[in-house]
Design a protein around this ligand. Structure first.
Ligand code: ADP
Ligand code: MG
Length: 317
């Protein structure tokens, strides 16, 4: 007997308890009710994962559940918001109990790790797709927007770029073995929440890298009406990209995405404080360039010569 919609919700998604006491009414009513803590603003974001587009169809259900929430937490990290609640609209081809069990394990594993309550959602039938909406709080006026970068600010990036892209690339190569570490980064990205929250009153602008540094840094620049110079050899790239043709390495490292690292700008006078804070963070922060008033993103090689860079990362349309 296939499971009914009601059974799917109750067996796999309704936890019957909330981690956050600010959840007044969770799953089970027509809408969830939450009490936003005093002095905070609500940050809201949504991201959809479509099978075959955002993850290969061979992806394990546990990983799909994990990633569906991880990419949303990454958006909260970019804003410096503390995620508290999520809703999920899931479209399923069938109601396979094993699949649903593994999927919900992946989802709740990361939800519990970051103390996020699933407070509502929807279940439909059709080609596999998962939309998660995430809600978080941030003290009044402290969000890290894309629009605050100013000429003279320094540009930083967290972690290493290109691991997820390298995993995707390897999956497409018949003779390549898959690097476990990369596959893990692709399927279970660790959102840089601690870093994003630490940057609240420090960074002038911040974004998470979902479409590749080239495209995402460009979003900061256009939102801030500024330009930038980035020294390509300073960008921390996944070591295995060094073995590839330089064009392919640039494509995977800077123009593919699935990194979920943070790129941010910061005024020079705050760099010392940043260095102190960064020692306590679980991820390395690397200075890669500076904001200019040119209006363009200029990539430079070791000799300061301009590099001709393809303009964009992943786009659906
Ligand atoms: P309605 O008919 O009012 O849309 P539903 O029957 O779709 O209500 O859902 C019943 C309850 O279960 C609602 O509180 C809804 O938010 C919740 N819900 C439905 N699908 C999910 C899901 N995938 N994850 C979490 N909660 C869900
Ligand atoms: Mg409904």
């Amino acid at each position: 007997m296939p499971l009914s919609e009601f059974e799917i919700i109750n067996h796999y998604f309704n936890k019957d308890r909330s981690i956050n006491s600010s959840v007044i009414t969770g799953i089970g009513d027509d809408a969830a009710i939450v009490k936003i803590p005093e002095g905070n603003q609500l940050a809201i974001s949504t991201d959809t994962l479509v099978s075959g587009i955002h993850f290969p169809i061979s992806t394990e259900p546990y990983d799909i559940g994990y990633k569906a929430l991880a990419v949303n937490i990454s958006d909260m990290a970019a804003m410096g918001a503390q995620p508290l609640y999520a809703t999920m609209s899931i479209t399923l081809e069938s109601s396979d109990p094993d699949w649903l069990h593994a999927f919900s394990q992946g989802f709740f594993n990361i939800a519990d790790k970051y103390s996020i309550d699933l407070i509502g959602g929807d279940v439909s039938r059709g080609p596999l797709s998962i939309s998660v909406q995430i809600m978080g709080v941030i003290p009044d006026g402290e969000a890290s927007l894309r629009s605050g970068a100013r000429p003279g600010d320094m540009i930083y990036v967290s972690g290493e770029l290109g691991m997820g892209a390298f995993a995707l690339f390897s999956l497409g190569q018949v003779h390549e073995g898959i690097d476990k570490e990369c596959l893990n980064k692709l399927n279970r990205p660790e959102p840089r929440l601690e870093t994003g929250i630490a940057l609240r009153n420090l960074s002038s602008a911040c974004i998470d890298i979902s479409d590749g540094l080239n495209a995402d840094l460009s979003h900061i620049l256009s939102a801030s009406s500024v330009g930038a110079e980035v020294e390509i050899h300073k960008v921390p790239m996944f070591r295995k990209l060094n073995d590839l043709h330089p064009r392919l390495a640039i494509n995977l490292g800077l123009n593919t995405g699935d990194d979920y690292e943070l790129c941010f700008t910061i005024q020079e006078k705050y760099e010392e404080e940043l260095n102190v804070i960064s020692k306590k963070l679980p991820v390395k922060l690397t200075k890669i360039g500076k904001v200019t008033d040119s209006g363009y993103l200029n990539w430079l090689d070791e000799n300061g010569k301009a590099i001709d860079m393809p303009v964009r990362g992943h786009r659906h349309f």
